[in-house]
Design a protein around this ligand. Structure first.
Ligand code: UDX
Length: 461
């Protein structure tokens, strides 16, 4: 099928390449000329395992091309919109400038029967606002949220754990109370026409995702508002789960308990589950922090602020953990870090990524620098991005060089290179002071203590 993908950032570039890899003819479109040039040459503008391979094979096969010219979207059956929805500069709500601009630029090239599939994470109600403009061209708007995780984006796109498609129907408006019942229920003027269009659109999306559909991946067809909400509520849940365990870490710190054992113990309950109960310096990245803030802001606008007021607490707990890590370093160094050499292991917001957006790791590094420490940061992939954002820090590629003469070491991104590959004995031979703060609770305290280190975890005795 001919597809266009508008917006070639983390989401769009991966989506375009993944769709080409399953046999579609794809054009990726973005306003950023440098990005388009790099992608056209089969080079990924960011680190994402597996992406360079499918970019190269897509471009070489002729199935995949990239352009800045929106006119090339013409003729595609489905147009995916995957532009960014960052946090507004002066508030918590999502900035929809790019979504609106992308849709407006696309309108002249839409033909009757085309499908516009929104993939960006948007406040509930956005699709209902966009739909009239798109429908005036004879095209249909659906919402098809994306749940990919950075670092596993290719796999998550080709083989997702579920597919969700919101289609037009009688219950697409806000406040109709029809959520979850799907577009085929309810009545009202034009309902049947909408239902038909919705069913046709869902059928085409099934064709797009044929390999996943063929292997039985759950394919949920719902209304537009539910589809938008699925995405923000999934991220809100994940963020809440992380902040829950980090709140338990705060209690554990007060009573001398161990949050990692607590997480293991409650995680055995299948209703709870151990995943996303990793206590530490908390969540960051381009999604969870801004998505929970945008959700809370949207709920306020809807007069439902109290329904998700806990998300403010989730955010506050999360930010407190960064402070706690800084506090442990200061404490470990006797109350004053001025002039002390602190080595920070990690800059990316999580392993397998070079993304430093709202990175807790870099936040800890910057705060320590602000307190007067001489901070050296190392990371397997994110140094270039980190240097651009925070030139005041010292960056060192080689891990041993970074550790040399450190008065304290802080592990803030749990790359395998740090989690598994550092020998505590070898590290001890390099540093000036054997103090380690494990901001991700990913090291074995016994092994580090046995090698002479003073080990601090978050939420651990
Ligand atoms: C997230 C969602 O998982 C994904 O479904 C959505 O599409 C986009 O947002 P991502 O931002 O790539 O994906 O990262 P994720 O793996 O969810 O991790 C988010 C943050 O939470 C990272 O900073 C990570 O270090 C942190 N985290 C994760 C914890 O602190 N503890 C955990 O137990 C798990």
């Amino acid at each position: 099928m001919k597809l266009s993908v508008i917006g070639c950032g983390y989401l769009g570039a991966v989506h375009a390449a993944a769709m080409a890899s399953i046999g579609h003819e794809v054009v990726g479109i973005d306003v950023d000329e440098r990005k388009i040039e790099s992608l056209s040459n089969g080079r990924s503008p960011f680190f994402e395992p597996g992406l360079p391979e499918i970019l190269t094979s897509g471009v070489e096969s002729g199935n995949l091309r990239f352009t800045t010219d929106m006119a090339e979207a013409k003729g595609a059956r489905v147009h995916f919109v995957g532009v960014g929805t960052p946090q507004q500069k002066d508030g918590y709500a999502a900035d929809l400038t790019y979504v609106n601009a992308a849709v407006d630029a696309l309108l002249p090239y839409l033909s009757p029967g085309d499908i516009v599939a929104g993939k960006s994470t948007v406040p509930v109600g956005t699709a209902a606002d966009l739909a009239p403009r798109i429908e005036a061209t004879g095209a249909t708007l659906v919402w098809n949220p994306e749940f990919l995780r950075e670092g596993f984006a290719v796999q998550d796109t080709i083989d997702p754990d579920r597919l969700v498609v919101g289609v037009p129907g009688p219950s697409t408006g806000l406040g109709t109370g029809d959520e979850g019942s799907g577009p085929s229920t309810g009545s009202g003027t034009g309902a049947t026409g909408d239902e038909d269009r919705g069913e046709r659109a869902a059928e085409i999306l099934r064709e797009v995702y044929h390999p996943a559909v063929a292997k039985g991946t759950p394919f949920i067809v719902t209304d537009l508002a539910t589809a938008e909400l699925v995405k923000v509520s999934a991220n809100a849940f994940l963020a809440t789960k992380i902040s829950f365990i980090n709140a338990m870490a705060e209690i554990a710190e007060t009573v001398g308990a161990d949050v990692t054992q607590l997480a293991d113990a409650i995680g055995h309950d299948a209703r709870i589950g151990r995943r996303f109960l990793g206590a530490g310096i908390g969540f960051g990245g381009g999604c969870l922090p801004k998505d929970i803030r945008a959700f809370a802001a949207r709920a306020e606008e809807l007069g439902r602020g109290e329904s998700v007021s806990f998300l403010r607490e989730v955010d506050a707990i999360n930010l407190r953990r960064r402070e706690r890590a800084v506090h442990l370093v200061v404490d470990g160094l006797g109350g004053n870090v001025v002039g002390k050499k602190v080595t920070v292991l990690g800059a990316a917001f999580k392993p397998h990524s070079d993304d430093i957006r709202d990175s807790p790791a870099l936040d800890v590094a910057v705060r320590l620098k602000g307190l007067g420490a001489d901070v050296t940061v190392t990371d397997p992939e994110a140094i270039e991005n980190a240097r651009r954002a925070h030139p005041q820090l010292t960056y060192v590629d080689d891990r041993d060089d970074a550790l040399r003469d450190a008065d304290a070491v802080v592990l803030v991104t749990e790359w395998d290179e740090y989690r598994r590959e550092i020998s505590p004995e070898h590290a001890a031979s390099l540093v000036a002071g054997t103090i380690i703060i494990d901001g991700r609770n990913c090291l074995d305290p016994a092994a580090w203590r046995a090698a002479g280190w003073i080990y601090y975890g978050l939420g651990r005795p």
